[in-house]
Design a protein around this ligand. Structure first.
Ligand SMILES: CC(=O)N[C@H]1[C@@H](OP(=O)(O)OP(=O)(O)OC[C@H]2O[C@@H](n3ccc(=O)[nH]c3=O)[C@H](O)[C@@H]2O)O[C@H](CO)[C@@H](O)[C@@H]1O[C@H](C)C(=O)N[C@@H](C)C(=O)N[C@H](CCC(=O)O)C(=O)O
Ligand SMILES: Nc1ncnc2c1ncn2[C@@H]1O[C@H](COP(=O)(O)OP(=O)(O)OP(=O)(O)O)[C@@H](O)[C@H]1O
Ligand SMILES: N[C@H](CCC[C@H](N)C(=O)O)C(=O)O
Ligand SMILES: [Mg+2]
Length: 489
């Protein structure tokens, strides 16, 4: 694509080019990573968390970069290769990636919040598909679309990967796509080129305190979805029953969004009653004077909240209310979200759940308590190179709400695993420490008696254990199944 044409497709003020530069040539792609530069690429030199892309400009040029985009003040030398300047180079990358790759599915939805994003994106795709749309979802668990099911890595992909994917989906005929907006993604402008039709908010709780200095900063990053990215007048579907809901509503209203609240305090989809059964729930929902009684085939109060946010987003983008509500009766939970993996011979269930932050853990333990006549046995750990402050908090929640706690490893990455465990154990008196996750799961399964419930938390859909820089194959599902076979043999 011609660079001059690409620049003129951008909103004014995105970039400035030196007046002397000849930009009338073709660029073959964009990247912010010097290691993957190909001839005639445009290289974005971005200041990051670990290093500064400006240090790799020479490497990018030696690999054939045709022009460089850098921050306005960055001092770089380029031996005559054109340098385009931007006050916000990450924003420039997002907008240029959008212009370079072109088409996006016609209806784009993004959901933010500390917990529930993957579930809402997955439910929204399922509702649209049920209503006959060609629909996709992309997020932590990967990409799901007609003919596609790909394992993911980031919750919100970087703009180049994101817009390449959206263009592919559009060319495959996908008209509706639901994506997750992580706070990292929002802060780093990964979604700033997406043309949103609707945005959603689930809740706010402690997470990523290694990246965001305060909860207010974390909330502000999430609110970029409403105050910066969502076009004026577009619907903002907000879960109404969270302590942060009111603030989210204020931000969205101030930004000119059409606010639709859902939940017990919801004005749009109003939850009047929920009856919890072990593996399903019956919810009464009011909408526009009509009453729907929905049988949702999922466990966990929080899944009703997620289902309502998803239904709200679907209805706000044109799905009929009857169709959306009917679709909720067929929902499948996202992989590893309070997922029943198996049961012992005398009926004690073993669940895999992705709770890896305090509120999520609390919700999951609360969700299974009413159906547990015996003990709740909880196996979990905390990731290395991530928020350290959550470790004792999770240790204390597990101790308070579960009856047996086994602390184990969960992606220690470059940290000392024993140190991570000890930071959890400080606040988990009486917990058992078993470093090896497979052994921890086996031990827990062997303990199960009639009436007990096992929750193995933290990894959900993940298929690896990251130790140092190495990812070793590991699946909570596989380990639980193997252990259950062992006890029934
Ligand atoms: C902390 C963080 O968010 N980092 C993200 C960020 O990297 P960064 O720009 O800070 O990277 P950096 O290593 O400091 O490097 C700076 C620049 O130099 C470049 N570079 C670096 C080395 C080199 O040899 N050549 C080179 O050009 C890098 O490509 C980068 O452009 O921007 C990159 C491109 O978008 C992301 O891939 C990267 O995600 C890393 C891998 C990551 O682990 N992120 C996690 C924490 C994350 O984003 N998680 C969220 C939330 C999860 C959730 O709650 O669901 C997610 O959306 O997944
Ligand atoms: N609405 C909710 N409220 C509280 N906890 C929830 C909610 N939805 C899900 N959870 C809990 O959080 C875990 C992760 O759910 P999900 O993957 O849908 O969230 P997420 O926001 O995508 O998380 P991540 O940021 O890690 O990708 C679940 O396994 C469950 O323990
Ligand atoms: N098992 C996990 C969960 C990671 C969740 C991820 N979304 C993030 O925090 O970046 C870990 O701590 O390694
Ligand atoms: Mg997610």
């Amino acid at each position: 694509m011609n660079l001059s044409a690409l620049i003129s497709a951008l909103p004014p003020g995105t970039l400035s080019a030196p007046s002397s530069a000849n930009l009338d040539f073709s660029v073959t792609g964009l990247t912010a990573d010097s290691r993957v530069v190909e001839p005639s690429n445009l290289f974005f030199a971005l200041a990051g968390v670990k290093t500064d892309g400006a240090r790799f400009v020479q490497e990018a040029i030696s690999k054939g970069a045709a022009a460089i985009v850098a921050a306005s003040g960055a001092g770089i030398s380029t031996d005559g290769v054109a340098v385009l300047r931007s006050d916000d180079p990450r924003l420039a990358l997002a907008r240029m990636a959008a212009a370079f790759f072109g088409p996006q599915p016609r209806v784009m939805a993004a959901v933010t919040g500390t917990a529930g994003k993957t579930s809402v994106a997955s439910f929204l795709r399922q509702i649209w598909a049920h209503a006959g749309e060609k629909a996709a979802m992309l997020g932590t668990t990967g990409v799901v679309a007609p003919g596609r099911s790909e394992y993911g890595s980031l919750t919100t992909p970087d703009p180049v990967a994101l817009h390449r994917l959206l263009a592919e989906l559009a060319s495959e005929g996908v008209t509706h796509a639901a994506m997750e907006a992580s706070s990292h993604g929002l802060d780093q402008r990964r979604l700033d080129g997406v043309m949103l039709s609707v945005a959603g908010f689930t809740n706010l709780g402690r997470d990523h305190m290694d990246y965001h200095p305060t909860m207010e900063d974390y909330m502000a990053a999430k609110m970029r979805l409403f105050d910066t990215l969502l076009p004026k007048g577009a619907p903002a579907v907000i879960f109404a029953d969270d302590p942060w809901s009111e603030q989210a509503v204020e931000v969205a209203e101030r930004a000119g969004a059409r606010v639709l609240t859902v939940g017990r305090k919801g004005g749009f989809l109003s939850l009047k009653r929920v009856e919890h059964l072990r593996h399903k729930q019956i919810a009464e929902v009011h909408l526009d004077g009509r009453i729907f009684e929905i049988h949702v085939p999922l466990a966990g109060d929080f899944q009703i909240s997620n289902a309502l946010v998803a239904a709200g987003m679907a209805i706000a983008t044109g799905t009929g209310a009857d169709q959306a509500m009917a679709a909720l009766e067929h929902l499948t939970g996202a992989s590893g979200r309070l997922e029943l993996v198996g049961s012992t011979g005398d009926g004690a269930p073993a669940y895999v759940d992705y709770a890896h932050k305090p509120e999520a853990m609390e919700n999951v333990l609360d969700a299974v308590r009413p159906f547990t006549t015996g003990r709740i046995i909880m196996v979990f750990g905390c990731g290395g190179d991530r928020d350290r402050g959550k470790r004792p908090i999770m240790g204390s929640i597990a101790t308070k709400l579960a009856d047996v706690v086994i602390v184990t490893d969960d992606n220690p990455r470059t940290e000392d695993p024993a140190e991570i465990r000890s930071e959890i154990l400080v606040a988990a008196p009486g917990a058992t420490e078993i470093a090896d996750r497979a052994e921890a799961i086996r031990t827990a399964v062997e303990m199960l008696e009639a009436g007990d419930t096992l929750i193995v938390a933290g990894k959900g859909h993940e298929q690896g254990q990251t130790v140092g820089d190495t990812v070793l194959h590991f699946s909570d599902h596989e380990e639980i199944r193997a252990a259950l076979k062992g006890v029934s043999a």
